[in-house]
Design a protein. Structure first.
Lengths: 199, 186
């Protein structure tokens, strides 16, 4: 793990990602991990804006488990279907084939549209559980976004609305804290950066 | 009847009588196979909820299977020797039926002669499964029926009911789908 200064620019990260290519074929696979509302998506989009034709961003939020689907007992981060990410995206991309995944529709609480991921360029998977132990070997480069907890909660409620506050406090934050303590995604990162402000 | 069969064959089974839409409150379990049998869909007002309940009860790596009357077959009725497209193919809400007799016993006298059925086109059936996150593995269509769906149907040596000379229309379909997330295959 290389400890960066934290204030790494998106451009610098893009260049490091390009140098991290492991395979000649298929896309470079990148995880942008960090706790909820740390600024993962903002960072991923900032990198994508620098090379829009090269970078695809996949959001782990699209792999949230619908309420009609049962949670596996006692698994860390069980509210997200990480196996589906593996089967629909990571395995095909690593094999040089296009990914194809179904997005979770948060408003309707059901499964929604299917999305294609090209088998070239850079694919960034953005989400706290993106680099979890079971998936970490797929990636060429892992970024951890650090942001203080109080700032994250404030941003999260600004983004998701006051109605989501209970879910943040009772479901998502406890899940994340247990996961960070037990799975150590921070120690697995190639680089740690500070979360960028949303705008 | 089901319990008697279970005892006779010495295959232990549990039978639960519940409104489908209340099943998540009545049953806590996961199954390798979820099956929707012939003649179920016309009684269901909401297929999206049906799809979610299938996904809810499917075990990791499990399969869903349905064999059912083809929705196109409900469109046709017989006018003399001709088949005519007389009914809607699409869902138009509850369709009121009034009849004496019942498919299990056509001569039965019913106390409640009114029933409601729903016509679900194939697209609604498949989209309900897609919206539940299931992956369709196959869809088959068959030019014969399980029962005498139209007066001119005759039972063939294969045991299925055919309209003589009309092997160009589907009367049954079957579909298999699987769950996408497989926790046991980790």
């Amino acid at each position: 793990v290389s400890q960066s200064t934290g204030r790494t620019s998106a451009l610098e990260l893009l260049e490091r990602i390009r140098r991290a290519r492991r395979d000649e074929s298929g896309p470079i696979l990148v995880a942008v991990a960090g706790a909820g509302a740390a600024g993962k998506s903002t960072l991923a989009r900032a990198i994508q804006q620098l090379a829009p034709n090269e970078v695809t961003v996949i959001e782990f939020d699209d792999f949230y488990r619908p309420s009609f689907s049962q949670l596996p007992d006692g698994e860390l981060g069980a509210r997200f279907e990480w196996r589906r990410l593996r089967e629909q995206v990571l395995e095909p991309l690593r094999a040089g084939r296009a990914g194809h995944y179904q997005r979770y529709d948060w408003d309707k609480d059901e499964m929604g549209a299917w999305v294609n991921v090209p088998a070239h360029g850079i694919a960034i998977v953005e989400g706290i559980y993106s680099s979890r132990t079971e998936l970490s070997h797929f990636y060429d480069f892992v970024i951890w976004v650090d942001t203080p907890a109080d700032l994250r909660l404030r941003r999260g409620i600004e983004r998701d609305g006051v109605a989501a506050r209970e879910r943040w406090l009772k479901e998502w934050i406890p899940d994340e804290e247990a996961f960070i303590a037990q799975d150590d995604p921070v120690g697995r990162a190639d680089v740690r950066v500070f979360g960028l402000p949303a705008n | 009847l089901a319990r008697q069969l279970s005892d006779e064959l010495d295959i232990p089974a549990e039978f639960i009588c519940s409104n489908l839409y209340e099943l998540p409150q009545a049953l806590e379990a996961e199954f390798d196979v979820v099956f929707t049998s012939y003649g179920v869909l016309p009684w269901l007002p909401d297929l999206v909820e049906w799809g979610k309940i299938i996904a809810r009860f499917l075990a990791p790596g499990g399969y869903f299977y349905i064999a059912e009357q083809h929705p196109l077959s409900s469109v046709f009725s017989e006018c003399g020797t001709e088949l005519v497209a007389s009914e809607t193919y699409f869902d138009v809400g509850p369709i009121k039926e009034t009849s004496d007799g019942y498919y299990a016993d056509r001569s039965a006298i019913l106390r409640n002669k009114t029933s409601y059925e729903w016509q679900h086109p194939l697209s609604d059936i498949i989209n309900a499964l897609i919206r539940a996150g299931l992956r369709v593995e196959f869809l088959h269509e068959f030019p014969f029926s399980l029962s005498q769906h139209l007066p001119s149907m005759v039972k063939g040596e294969d045991g299925w009911w055919h309209v003589p000379g009309r092997e160009d229309l589907p009367f049954l379909f079957s579909l298999k789908a699987s769950r996408q997330d497989h926790p046991l295959l980790a």
